[in-house]
Design a protein. Structure first.
Length: 342
């Protein structure tokens, strides 16, 4: 998600670019359900910078759809059942807060459908939906091939040379290089605390078709084919083994059983590694010793909503030195830098 967004921003500016796309199908960008949700977390609070990020992402993805003549952006309500009368009352009171006006579509005090286990009703959100991440990434890749340069291979750090003219890699030369590598190792930025968080999802089949996302303990997103849904996701910091697990499947199926009233069957499973940060904020910036090397990472579980806006922030910094907010600048981790390879 990070690399695709940066490429889009540069192509829109008519910059000449080379993208090195590592052919890993188990990155979190491709296996994620692609949710964008303005109200998140156990306490159901407005997500960080929602008033800036959400209007921006709607414009960004629609523009890319027009440019690529491809459909992958699906604005759609998210329904979040209440767990108790107390939670229902809390949201009835919160609905009068004008800061939530752009995100609350409706509050229900009774069950909205026999399909869901929602005896206390729930919260229907707007400005939400999902991105078909695989279709989006493939569409951007085709755009890059048509108007830039694309190498589908693993990046070899030993092949990168840096001098006063810029950076050089396998016969290509450029003014700058931007690393958007997720959890992959990078010798120039290894000290930065990007932590892999494994997530697993399942695809289920049922007889139920709805253009609605359900999200409580587990999300349920409509699939490409009628009657299919994507469900997820698990959170695993410790066991990062590159395989799907029965434990994760059973966990997701159990949570789904607590959420829905219809039968379903798991038909496939996928895993990926999310690049997270200790403070749950993205990492942007320039290497403290090598000014032509830049970094964009740490989007965690919110890549769909964070990547569009912050990719533009990064490009403004690189090209025009528009200062980065300290909350996102990699300078906040300057104390962990070691001497980096030249």
């Amino acid at each position: 998600m990070a690399g695709s967004a940066v490429a889009v921003q540069l192509l829109k500016l008519n910059r000449k670019i080379l993208v090195i796309d590592q052919p890993d199908r188990n990155n979190s960008s491709r296996i994620a359900a692609g949710l964008f949700n303005p109200i998140t977390g156990k306490k159901m609070v407005k997500t960080w910078m929602a008033d800036t990020l959400f209007p921006y992402l709607h414009t960004f993805y629609r523009e890319v759809e027009v440019k690529t003549s491809c459909r992958f952006f699906y604005p759609m309500p998210i329904y979040r059942p209440f767990l108790s009368i107390e939670e229902q009352n809390e949201w009835m009171a919160r609905s009068s807060d004008p800061t939530f006006d752009n995100y609350i579509e409706k509050i229900s005090t009774h069950s909205t459908s026999p399909l869901w286990k929602d005896p206390f009703g729930g919260l229907l959100l707007k400005q939400s939906g999902y991105l078909d991440t695989t279709t989006y990434i493939d569409a951007v890749s085709l755009w890059i091939q048509n108007e830039g340069n694309l190498l589908e291979e693993h990046f070899d750090s030993n092949e990168l040379r840096i001098d006063q003219q810029g950076v050089h890699y396998k016969g290509y030369s450029a003014k700058d290089i931007i690393f958007c590598q997720g959890t992959n190792a990078n010798p120039w930025f290894d000290p930065l605390p990007v932590r892999p968080l494994k997530g697993e999802t399942i695809q289920i089949e049922s007889k139920v078709e709805k253009q609605l996302i359900i999200n409580r303990g587990v999300y349920l997103v409509p699939g490409r084919l009628a009657g299919t849904w994507r469900a997820g996701a698990t959170y695993e910091f410790h066991n990062l083994e590159p395989v799907t697990t029965e434990k994760a499947r059973l966990e997701l199926e159990e949570k789904l059983t607590e959420l829905v009233n219809f039968p379903f069957k798991s038909v496939s499973q996928a895993w990926g590694l999310r690049p997270t940060t200790p403070d749950r904020r993205p990492m942007l910036g320039t290497h403290p010793e090598i000014p032509v090397i830049h970094f964009f990472n740490g989007l965690g579980t919110k890549g769909v909503s964070l990547a569009p806006y912050f990719s533009e922030v990064l490009i403004r910094w690189i090209e025009n030195k528009v200062p980065l907010n300290k909350v996102i600048d990699i300078e906040r981790y300057k104390s962990v830098y070691s001497v980096s390879p030249k």
